[in-house]
Ligand binder design. Structure first.
Ligand code: AMP
Length: 281
């Protein structure tokens, strides 16, 4: 992979990169299409990164569907698939870890200690191996994308980080490899996350600017769904990830909830333009 990357750069190409953990769905494929629109060649990776799973999380049972993933990427016209083994990525004696201070401690970082240390370390390694001009990430994992942008800036990496929109199912549920774990009933119930965010979008369009009222309304909607066990709902500044009291600049409404054994996250992007707030699901 490193040889290919060096050659692509020597040939004056602008490689694009889509890192994934596999079990590919439309969300992943939308990143592939975004990469193809701007880059050649396009490299996708599939690596279920052990270091970003905590003890008791779903590393063992995470869906692994390499053959059908390979077919999807081929059909989509991806040029290279990089699918390393854990022993290649973390050989014996591995000791170097990347952390972004502060931004890693909140929200998902608080719920999943060590998660972002694993994510950032593997993303830095993958960027070093693939050497893309641009790397494509989904806004579904908004905190992850923010941390990767920070790491890229802080470490002077050569890759530009492109954040792409959330792809949703028909009922609004954000596509996720973990949706495969949901029973039909849990799947129906999980659409409550979308409805809560959509209610926030409507309230903002009607002029609501108070973060406490917006988050209280989301909490109330999710509380009414008996299968949902809410972890957090927060309205935060998109750059600092610190809670805001009133909407200003670019904010994110972030939430996480459990449906049975499955933990799902989702968010709403709220942008201020010329004094108006625009919310994007
Ligand atoms: P994963 O395989 O879950 O690690 O995700 C790989 C990449 O796909 C990450 O950048 C995710 O943010 C992105 N992604 C996952 N689900 C979606 C979605 N529903 N819409 C857009 N991007 C997504």
């Amino acid at each position: 992979m490193k040889q290919l990357a060096r050659q692509a750069r020597a040939d004056g190409l602008s490689p694009g990169f889509v890192p994934t953990m596999g079990a590919l769905h439309e969300g992943h494929l939308s990143l592939v299409r975004a990469a193809q629109a701007e880059c050649r060649p396009v490299v996708a990776s599939i690596f279920v990164n052990p270091s970003q799973f905590g003890p008791g999380e779903d590393f063992q049972k995470y869906p692994r569907t390499l053959e059908s993933d390979r077919k999807k990427l081929e059909d989509a016209g991806v040029d290279y698939l990089f699918a390393p083994e854990a022993a290649e990525m973390y050989p014996p004696g591995f000791r170097t870890w990347v952390t972004v201070e502060g931004l890693s401690d909140r929200l998902e970082g608080r719920a999943r200690p060590g998660h972002f240390r694993g994510v950032l370390t593997v993303v830095l390694k993958l960027l070093e191996i693939v050497q893309p001009q641009k790397a494509f990430f989904g806004r579904k994992d908004a905190q992850q994308a923010r941390l990767i942008q920070q790491m890229t800036r802080d470490l002077h990496l050569d890759s530009e980080i492109v954040v792409c929109p959330i792809v949703r199912e028909l009922d609004g549920l954000a596509q996720s490899s973990r949706n495969k774990y949901l029973s039909p009933g849990e799947h129906r119930a999980a659409a409550v996350l979308y409805r809560a965010l959509d209610a926030t979008r409507t309230a903002i369009a009607r002029g609501e600017r108070d973060a406490l009222r917006l988050t209280a309304a989301m909490r109330e909607i999710i509380r009414k769904e008996p299968m949902a066990e809410l972890d957090y709902v927060e309205l935060v500044d998109a750059a600092t990830l610190e809670p805001v009291t009133r909407l200003r600049g670019t904010c994110l409404a972030m939430l996480a909830a459990r449906f049975g054994a499955t933990r799902l996250i989702d968010n709403l992007l709220i942008e201020e333009r010329a004094g108006e707030f625009h919310a994007t699901l």
